[in-house]
Design a protein around this ligand. Sequence first.
Ligand SMILES: *[C@@H]1O[C@H](CO)[C@@H](O)[C@H](O)[C@H]1NC(C)=O
Ligand SMILES: *[C@@H]1O[C@H](CO)[C@@H](O)[C@H](O)[C@H]1NC(C)=O
Length: 403
Amino acid sequence: MGTKSLCLLLASVLVAYYVYIPVPETIEERWKLMLIDAGFRSVAHVAEFAEWLGLVHYMEVLMMITSIEYIAPISDENVTVTDTKFNNVPVRLYVPRKQSSGLKRAVIYIHGGGWCVGSSAMEPYDLLSRWTANELNAVVISVEYRLAPMHHFPVQFEDVYAVVKFFLQTSVLARYGVDPDRVCVSGDSAGGNLAAAVAQQLLDDPEVKAKLKIQALLYPALQTLDLDLPSYKENENKPILPKSLMVRFWSEYFTTDVSLKEAMASNRHVPAESSHLFRFVNWSNLLPEKFKKDHVYASPIYGSSKLGKKYPGFLDPRAAPLLADDTKLFGLPVTYVLTCQHDVLRDDGIMYVSRLRKVGIEVIHDHIEDAIHGALMFITSPTDLALGHRVANKYIEWLNMNL
Ligand SMILES: *[C@@H]1O[C@H](CO)[C@@H](O)[C@H](O)[C@H]1NC(C)=O
Ligand SMILES: *[C@@H]1O[C@H](CO)[C@@H](O)[C@H](O)[C@H]1NC(C)=O
């Protein structure tokens, strides 16, 4: 064998080694998913390296994926699409063209991306909003909230809250021909986190008269306390959202100070003074047997009280909606929760289902056995997956029947 072919063979083996990650057998299009994931991992490696060299912040490199997928607001034969502002916060607005006799429904959508990346203008989010507007003949408002590391908690929450509050005013609903009894707030991943937080906070706001009919939480992040749940353990290195990246997203939501990230990575970030909060995320009570498997519940290990004082955000229910007391959950709207089996955030969603059902909230839980985190992002060529289309259809169909 010549030197050239030997080099080629070696290179192929290295590439295969890099691309290959153990994707569960039950997941369809495994190799395509591995390739997509390898793409994401390459960007993450470049980001790590560039940050290590002191050139840029890690998230600025990750933001490239968002920028590549940016598309302008283009109206089509069914939907008028415009970029505008609600309460000074940018939003992308989708208004159906179809004439209808009665009032319309509305969906306020909050995109994912770990509070650090993503945009309502990314092609998959733009497409999802179009489909929703078209299928439901609904007004869709996709919120362009500010991101970390430029802006930390509570900016993301406050931007989304400002938009929802603006839209729920009687005069604004009337301007868009929207039925005040048929408004939904919806989001995926970090967007599901913001949707859940907004729905909770609205209950205590005397200035808001209209009530949400539905909250739809798609593989949401809901708690900061225990980053060693069974789902974190089982899916530490699964595609799209490894545990290390989720830890980075969580810590970056509050601060760029690496001490919080390091404490979170070893799950020793919660100060002993906050020990009472652990009952809200106690998976040994809140997970059905099927998800507990043979995991053993260990009591929390507490961290220094300094972190909690410096960054109180990570103990705030506006950042971690699972930390809200039961009394704060009464009155929440009908809740749709979608969870994915192969996702570090799976148990966040499932524990919220348990907590809401315990206080009598109507919850519809769709658990997708063969899904990975971020499935809804994979609906546009060349990174589309049958799974992405299936999950999008499931969610939109449910919304169409129930909103
Ligand atoms: C407009 O709506 C029709 C009917 O739902 C659909 O067949 C068509 O593909 C839509 N057009 C676009 C650009 O989405
Ligand atoms: C969690 O629940 C288990 C029992 O299901 C209990 O033994 C343990 O003390 C609880 N831990 C916390 C921190 O609430």
